[in-house]
Write a protein that binds this ligand. Structure first.
Ligand code: C5P
Length: 231
């Protein structure tokens, strides 16, 4: 059995009726709901209100990345809403993350502040050639994780395969939020490095981000319940 509180369901849609149908399908399970850019840019704060009205924990995944002042002010606005987790790009730098942490700490709801390290859609070759960051992807993820921790973040988004190294570098309490989760036999789609829910948990992941295996299923509630049973 997997605890529902470890599952973050990525509700990636622009259609309000699909969003509300998915919330209804998950009703009664204490899962987290991830509201990302496409949904937030369509529905705005209404999306937050709908998630909280049903009693779910909320991860607002807007991946902020701008000058420190803009990120601090933007987070001060966003954190007036009852969100439980929010994120920024570690590539924005230490000063940006420190100002983000201050904004979050001084806010009414004080959500967890999470930093995105290297996106799971970025390959090592892309990182080397396009970002001009030499070395391995893991080295870059660990560098960003340590920088995020020193700047006051509570954890990072990374691949389940990087969790062990992140925990070793930053300690057990530093949170790891991992996408790229696929139940046995599920379609891999565009995710490159995948693990099953149970494997991700064994690797030490704190929260599993799962989208299409639940939201794309004919019966999303049944798909979620199978995952909770350890499939
Ligand atoms: O549908 P799927 O399970 O692949 O959804 C994964 C979710 O996690 C998507 O909302 C995607 O934007 C997000 N994500 C990711 N890789 C990252 C950061 C976020 O897949 N590095």
């Amino acid at each position: 059995m997997i605890s529902a509180e470890k599952i973050i369901v990525a509700v990636d849609t622009q259609k309000e009726e699909d969003f509300l149908r998915l919330l209804q399908a998950m009703r009664g399970h204490r899962v987290w709901v991830k509201v990302g850019m496409e949904l937030y840019y369509t529905l705005g704060p209404k999306a937050i209100e709908a998630v909280k009205a049903q009693g779910f924990h909320l991860f607002l995944d807007l991946k902020l990345h701008d000058i420190p002042n803009t990120v601090e002010k933007s987070l001060s606005c966003l954190c007036q809403k009852p969100i439980d987790m929010v994120n920024v790009h570690a590539a924005g730098g230490a000063e940006m993350m420190k100002r983000a942490a201050e904004a979050v700490k001084n806010s009414t709801y004080s959500p967890l502040l999470i930093a995105v390290t290297q996106l799971t859609s970025t390959s090592e070759a892309q990182m080397n050639q396009e970002q001009k960051i030499p070395g391995s992807l893991l080295e870059s993820v660990l560098h960003y994780a340590k920088l995020a921790q020193a700047s006051g973040c509570d954890g990072v988004v990374c691949s389940p395969l990087e969790v062990e190294a992140v925990k070793k570098a930053c300690g057990e309490k530093f949170k790891t939020i991992t996408p790229g989760i696929r139940p046995q036999g599920a379609d891999q789609q565009d995710q490159k490095r995948i693990t099953t829910p149970l494997e991700a948990l064994k690797l030490g992941s704190d929260y599993l981000v799962i989208g299409r295996p639940i939201t794309g299923a004919t019966d999303p509630r049944y798909a979620l319940e199978l995952i909770l049973k350890g499939h």
